[in-house]
Design a binder for this molecule. Structure first.
Ligand SMILES: Cc1cc2nc3c(=O)[nH]c(=O)nc-3n(C[C@H](O)[C@H](O)[C@H](O)COP(=O)(O)O)c2cc1C
Length: 192
């Protein structure tokens, strides 16, 4: 598939098979993250790859620990691939994915959030090219707030001045691969 077709075909997947992804695939996906555009060419983001379904499940519950449903505005995310917003019975923010990438960035750097999400998008595209499904997930800051969360950061050697910014879930899509929602109109202006 051409790159432009891949960009349009990739979807956020929230239903996963139990099958684990190969380690080589995870390595390639992380490598793609390290090649993402980054502010000032500083290459500041740090990626932790977790290829352990049990640990991903544990982290997915921490990800939901501070989820506040009272602030939701009522719109749905996806009927085919319901998110935690759509389905209150989902207990893990990582949807049963067997692997996960966590993107950390410097707390005090102005572009740490955009850097991290650029990194995440590159990883999603690389995963798609490898036939692996993904979903960008937010709430990384609060996921590691608890003592349990902070223990992981120490275990993984995440420096004190780094903070979680986002996640990329990874695994094989369970069921049919969804199509894109129609694009909202009147969002583009081209000036010549
Ligand atoms: C900044 C950002 C944050 C996101 N956070 C979440 C999230 O916390 N949970 C989730 O299930 N999906 C999350 N997503 C995925 C979006 O819901 C998804 O990209 C959107 O619904 C469009 O669907 P598509 O990726 O299939 O085109 C996030 C995406 C972005 C770009």
């Amino acid at each position: 598939m051409e790159l432009s077709e891949q960009i349009k075909a990739r979807r956020s997947i929230r239903k996963y098979q139990d099958t684990q992804i190969p380690r080589e695939a995870l390595e390639k996906i992380i490598e793609a993250g390290t090649y993402a555009s980054n502010a000032g060419g500083g290459q500041r983001s740090m990626i932790v790859g977790i290829r352990n379904a049990e640990l991903v499940e544990k982290l997915g519950k921490l990800n939901m620990a501070h989820f506040d449903r009272s602030r939701l505005i009522g719109s749905y995310v996806s009927k085919e691939q319901p998110s935690v917003i759509d389905d209150p019975t989902i207990k893990s923010g990582f949807y049963g994915a067997p692997s996960l990438c966590i993107v950390f960035a410097q707390k005090d750097f102005l572009f740490s959030v955009p850097d991290a999400f650029c990194c995440a998008e590159s990883m999603c595209m690389e995963a798609f090219d490898l036939g692996i499904s993904s979903c960008i997930v937010s709430r990384a800051e609060e996921t590691f707030l608890s003592e349990e969360g902070r223990v992981f950061l120490r275990e993984w050697g995440v420096p004190e001045n780094y903070i979680g910014r986002c996640f990329v879930t990874l695994g094989y899509c369970d069921g049919s691969y969804p199509k894109a929602k129609p694009r909202r109109e009147n969002r583009v202006v081209i000036v010549e």
